[in-house]
Each structure stands twice: as structure tokens, then as C-alpha cells.
Design a protein around this ligand. Sequence first.
Ligand code: PDD
Length: 286
Amino acid sequence: MSRIVYVNGEYLPEEEAKVSIFDRGFLMADGVYEVTSVLAGKLIDFAGHAERLARSLGELDMAMPMSADELLAIHRELVAKNAIDEGMVYLQITRGNPGDRDFAFPPADTKPTVVLFTQSKPGLAANPVAKVGIKVISIPDIRWGRRDIKTVQLLYPSMAKMAAKKAHVDDAWFVEDGMVTEGTSNNVYIVKGGKIITRHLGNDILHGITRAAVLRFAREAQMEVEERPFTIDEAQAADEAFFTSASAFVMPVVEIDGKPVGTGKPGSVAARLREIYLDESLKAAV
Ligand code: PDD
């Protein structure tokens, strides 16, 4: 069944939605995005995603094209029009269509392109993969130096995903200067002696909205959290490993570069955090 999508002020069947060939997003990957999950027909952590969107746009000298309330209304309208119970809303804003190709930014009054669409994922919260965990390989992190900006330049993460597929595993963890940065599309963690260890925030990783919530819930539950980099060796010797993202919530990682983590089965800390995250996020969903 065709979806109803949003393009520049209009709700259209997906087949009728069009963006210019001169769009800066298409020609230059000059755009940012957000993915907000939907559970029970409601948006999870919308405020966090709207705030990060405003920050990403600001870092690229792009204006927020509408208020967070207007964005929320569009998200809700799409969830309703497409009868999404569990899934995601994808939002992308680009620097628009200057009418030609040019490296220089177009005049500031060039209208941004705003696109949103839904992805229906029934069973997202009850994902059976969370019970068995996933396997990862490590891969050099050769992305640009501003990974804190959620841009649509996702070629290298896509290549990393393909390298993982080729190695018959599920995902890849990026490594820079000997230290793990993050996963292809998620923030990563290890657990040792009950302590949760995850890389500190900086320009080298995306400031995950799920990360912020999970660390808050972990601290509220009196779990110890340490924000610092770690190596692949340390992760392989950890009791547990897991990752977080808006589309996977908290997901156990049971094997890294062919070596089992802990018992090789999902650990209790990840399971507990997944449960708390889903419970609390649902309560606060809008
Ligand atoms: N990815 N790091 C990277 C590189 C990401 O692409 C993502 C999100 C995260 C986790 O951020 P959050 O918790 O806010 O989803 C970390 C989204 C889900 C995607 O590209 O589909």
C-alpha cells in the first residue's frame, strides 16, 4: 500500500512526491535528518529529536524552517494518515534547490527542502533479536570529523554495513586511533563489573537521543556509568556489550570480531535497560 508522505507543505502519495535534481541534498549531501520511533501510535522522545535537529541545522548555518510544534504536528499527521502503530518517522531537511550546481551555499533565502515519511515496523518493541543479540565486526572510522551533526552523508556507514553483511554479521563498530567511536547507526557500550562504559560526547560521535535517555535511566536506577573511550580488546573482555538507537532502542551485542562477549548471550544489564527504556519512553510518548 502506498504511503502518504510530506514534501514542502504537502501531504502526497509517495509516487507523487518529487524533489528537484538540483536539490543540495541530492548533489552535495547538504542536509540533515532525524529518525523518531513510534510506539503505540505515539512519538518517542520527540523533543530530543527536535532539539538535535535545530542544533544540526545551526552547525551548518541553516535555519529551522518551522517551529518544533509545527514539526510535531506534521509527524502526528503522518502517523495518523498511515495508521502507524509501531515504526519510525524519517525527517530530512536540505539546503534546498538553488536551480543549478555550485559549491558555494545558495542565497540564504533559498527555500529548504523538507521531507518526512513513515516506516511501519510492527513488532518493533518486541523485536526477538533483543533476546539473542547481534554480532559485529570492527572497521576503521574514516568518516568526517563532525559526526555530531546528523547529516545525510551516509555512504561510509552504508559501506560498513555491507562489510558486516559480507562477514555474515549484523553491524560494524567504527575504530579510530585504537578506540571505538560508535556503530554504523548507533551508540555503543560495554559493561564490566556492573559499570556501564560508553564513549564521552564530542565531535567524533553522534549525540544519541536514546543514549541520553538510557544513561539518565541507568543513573536513576543507581547503575554506575563511566563516559570514556574503550578498545575492541576491552570490549571483547567485557561482561556485556550493547548499542542504542532510536530504531533499535537497547540491543545486546554478543560477538565482536568473532569473539564472544561475556557468556556469548545477552546480558542482564542490557535487558534491564531495554525494559526501563521502553517503559519510561512509552509513558512520556507524545
Ligand atoms: N541512527 N550514531 C549514529 C552514527 C547514528 O546514525 C545514530 C542514529 C545513533 C543513535 O542516535 P539516536 O539514539 O538519536 O537514534 C548514533 C538512526 C537511527 C538512523 O540513521 O537510522
